[in-house]
Design a protein around this ligand. Structure first.
Ligand code: ADP
Ligand code: MG
Length: 354
């Protein structure tokens, strides 16, 4: 059940190719996020789905039909922008009803649909207010109501919460996710904020430099990053360079900091090749004694950084390497700065990136 297809989509502005060749299917009712740093091509991709830009090559399909040449207002999609784009001289009701009026929908029908849309965003008592009498969060809710009022099949949202402060943004993330689940509309959401993407999405397309580096569920993206870029961009990670020194069946061994470290082989590896290994700070264990069962790398506690519910403990390892280990306060307190320790992790928690 596919709602939107990008089929080898390319976009160039003169000589500059900013979307390099993107293919993906976005499912009906899915919350799909395009995540990546500023300038990687997220907005351009969204604008091609909306119809504000034409692809230089390739096709966009909405609900199974090619949409090339179809103008934005004739596509079954609506867009919510970060800037709200409300008419300042019109009240909330008129802002939300504007599109329906242009389409000459009957007055009673307009009223019913506008009030329904305002109810969805909990603004039914604000219909008479002008935009300058609303907070940032309320303005963004009006913009969302306006985008929902003609029941689009797809809602496109371009960094819609970017202008809000952190607390309100977190609250709106949850509200928007609930709204999407309630309506069952396909949402295509753009953000550069990885935490926002992990919180809200069914799937995330991680973009970099005009390509999709990885497409997967938040869990897949976080636990099995497919590239150095993804490992580094999503969450915090320790990245090491190592050499493949032994391969047998499911396990391989890397030489790292003079130690032989087991890793799970998720992609084909070749002997003596340099690879990177990504390991999340919460997956690393600290011990006083070497680990009898598996490997353990000796190190020294450099510092404890307090970040609230957890503590980030920095440990120096042989060969000028460092790891950051997320610890619970009671664990961190049992290791003094300067103390000799051992670090280890479950082999299947280390992701090898070739
Ligand atoms: P993002 O939304 O990920 O920050 P954009 O899609 O807005 O990225 O932009 C990707 C690249 O395309 C940027 O380098 C930007 O300068 C360029 N770009 C976007 N729109 C135009 C345009 N109309 N003309 C020329 N270059 C553009
Ligand atoms: Mg953008």
């Amino acid at each position: 059940d596919v709602m939107v297809t990008l089929d080898n989509v390319v976009k160039s502005f003169e000589r500059n190719t900013v979307v390099k060749n993107i293919s993906m299917d976005i499912k009906k009712g899915e919350f799909l996020t395009l995540l990546g740093p500023s300038g990687c091509g997220k907005t351009t991709t969204l604008r091609m789905i909306a119809g504000f830009e034409q692809p230089t090559d390739g096709d966009v399909l909405i609900d199974g039909k090619k949409v090339s040449g179809i103008p934005p207002h004739k596509r079954d999609v609506n867009t919510v922008f970060q800037s709200y784009a409300l008419f300042p001289h019109m009240n909330v009701y008129d802002n939300v009803s504007f599109g329906l009026k242009m389409k000459k929908v009957r007055k009673e029908e307009i009223k019913r649909r506008v009030m329904e849309a305002l109810q969805l965003v909990q603004l039914e008592t604000f219909a008479e207010r002008k935009p300058d009498q609303l907070s940032g969060g309320q303005k963004q809710r009006v913009a969302i109501a306006r985008a929902l009022v003609n029941s689009p099949k797809v809602l496109l949202l371009d960094e819609p919460l970017g202008a809000l402060d952190l607390k309100l943004r977190k609250q709106m993330q949850v509200e928007l996710k609930h709204l999407q689940q309630q309506l069952g509309i396909t949402f295509i959401y753009v953000t550069h904020d990885q935490e926002e993407a992990l919180t809200m999405s069914d799937r995330i397309a991680v973009m970099n430099n005009g390509i999709i580096e990885q497409l997967g569920t938040p869990d897949e993206i976080y636990e099995r990053p497919a590239s150095r870029f993804v490992a580094d961009f999503i969450g915090e990670t320790n990245l090491f360079e190592g050499t493949v020194m032994e391969i047998n069946n499911s396990h391989a061994y890397l030489e790292f900091s003079g130690h032989k470290i087991p890793v799970v082989q998720t992609a084909p590896l070749s002997l003596n090749h340099q690879v990177a290994m990504a390991i999340r700070p919460e997956r690393i264990k600290l011990h006083i004694e070497p680990n009898r069962e598996g490997f353990a790398i000796p190190g020294k506690i450099v510092e404890h950084i307090y970040v609230g519910s957890i503590i980030k403990t920095v440990v120096s390892l042989p060969g000028e390497n460092q790891v950051t280990v997320n610890t619970m306060p009671e664990v961190a307190h049992s290791f003094a700065v300067g103390q000799d320790v051992f670090v280890s992790w479950e082999p299947d928690k280390a992701v090898v990136i070739t």
